[in-house]
Design a protein around this ligand. Structure first.
Ligand code: T6T
Length: 362
């Protein structure tokens, strides 16, 4: 198994240390709004706004959040999300959530710039906002918990390069410009191909708007225009699922190699059947668990996430390791009865990829 590292004991110690330093400095006087409100309250509500509903990645994250909330006790998680990955659909959902005055919001913003103003409005209304998975190009949020997506893109490049014998044409099916995570995966992929694989020609990316049907159309068109295509990287669940469907339809599964980000049920089937060669499973349940823990620390003690940017792991899934229990536990679920609390922690983002190099841990 290969993972992006996770060694958080130090992080936890730092958090505790910070809390006690603040307490010694008479911190109740200057306690943030969320904390003051909560000191007198026995239970509270966290609103979780997903990037899109019905996506196994966010379903699994929700299960992690709920499992952690149940473990801590007296926390209600209210979950909702837009029908499509679209800031014009997510903004009114966030606005309505703010009207209901939850104690905190965890959100996967649909656009790195477009969601800044709606998030600022929530903060102005006195509600702390933590970004999960995706983020905004701003410092206003309480913190960020996500996969190291640039590194994930590099891992995808290396996996695909191995699969195609380190030579030939490759192409990326991406989601939509402005989504922080998938933009970063493509950046990491492009960078690693350019730096490490001189005999691979990167043909660039096309966007599927988070729609597997469009991803299939894009892939089919590309197979027509470049019949010597060697490999494809699908940057998320729907991009990869659509690319696999196109390869199957054209009888090219196993001939044109496919690496997909995420590990939804259909992607797992595609891996088992040979339409996909490698998956990079994020740990969305861990993201949900860590997010709820960070919000609990903040609401109860006024302790802000420290550092502000924290990352959880990712696991490379192949046909050879998919039934290994340490890998299987990261395949995404469809319902929370299949989810087990991992008591996950995160690492500081800056420690996850020292000097921009890969840090996979066996
Ligand atoms: O890949 C995940 C998530 O990390 C990304 O931000 C959007 O797409 C997914 O939800 C998978 O569909």
């Amino acid at each position: 198994m290969t993972e992006l590292s996770r060694t958080p004991a130090r992080l936890h110690r730092r958090t505790i240390l910070r809390a006690s330093v603040l307490a010694g400095a008479g911190f109740t006087l200057f306690a943030p709004l969320g904390f003051r409100a909560l000191a007198r309250q026995e239970s509270y509500t966290i609103a979780f706004i997903q990037g899109v509903i019905g996506d196994n990645f966010y379903i699994t994250m929700d299960c992690g959040a709920r499992a952690k909330a149940a473990e801590i006790g007296n926390i209600t998680i209210n979950t909702q999300g837009p029908e499509r990955f679209d800031q014009t659909l997510q903004t009114p959902i966030l606005n309505a959530v703010v009207q209901n005055k939850p104690n905190a919001i965890m959100i996967a913003p649909n656009d790195r710039r477009g969601m800044i103003a709606p998030i600022q409005a929530a903060i102005d209304a006195g509600i702390p906002v933590l970004c999960v998975d995706t983020t905004v190009e701003s410092d206003i949020q309480l913190g960020n918990v996500s996969t190291d997506n640039v590194e994930g893109g590099r891992l995808a490049a290396r996996g695909l390069a191995e699969a195609i014998g380190k030579k030939g044409k490759v192409f990326v099916v991406n989601v939509k410009p402005g989504i922080s995570t998938t933009d970063q995966r493509e950046e990491g992929f492009a960078e690693a191909i350019k730096k490490e694989f001189p005999d691979i020609q990167y043909l660039g990316q096309e966007y599927c708007d988070d729609d597997a049907n469009i991803a299939a159309q894009i892939t089919s068109a590309r197979l027509q225009s470049d019949p010597d295509l060697a490999g494809i990287f699908g940057t998320n669940l729907f991009a990869a699922q659509g690319a696999a469907a196109a390869l199957r339809q054209q009888g090219l599964q196993g001939k044109v190699k496919l690496v997909g980000f995420d590990a939804g049920p259909t992607q797992v089937q595609d891996l088992r059947s040979g339409a996909t060669d490698l998956l990079i499973a994020q740990h969305p349940g861990d993201i949900g668990e860590v997010a709820v823990q960070l919000l609990d620390d903040y609401l109860k003690n006024g302790t802000k996430p420290n550092p502000k940017n924290q990352v959880t792991g990712a696991t490379i899934v192949t046909r050879d390791n998919i039934d290994d229990p340490d890998v299987k536990r990261y395949l995404y679920v469809s319902e929370c009865s299949a989810y087990e609390l991992t008591n996950a922690t995160a690492v500081p983002a800056e420690e996850a990829t020292p000097s921009g190099e890969a840090t996979p841990v066996a």
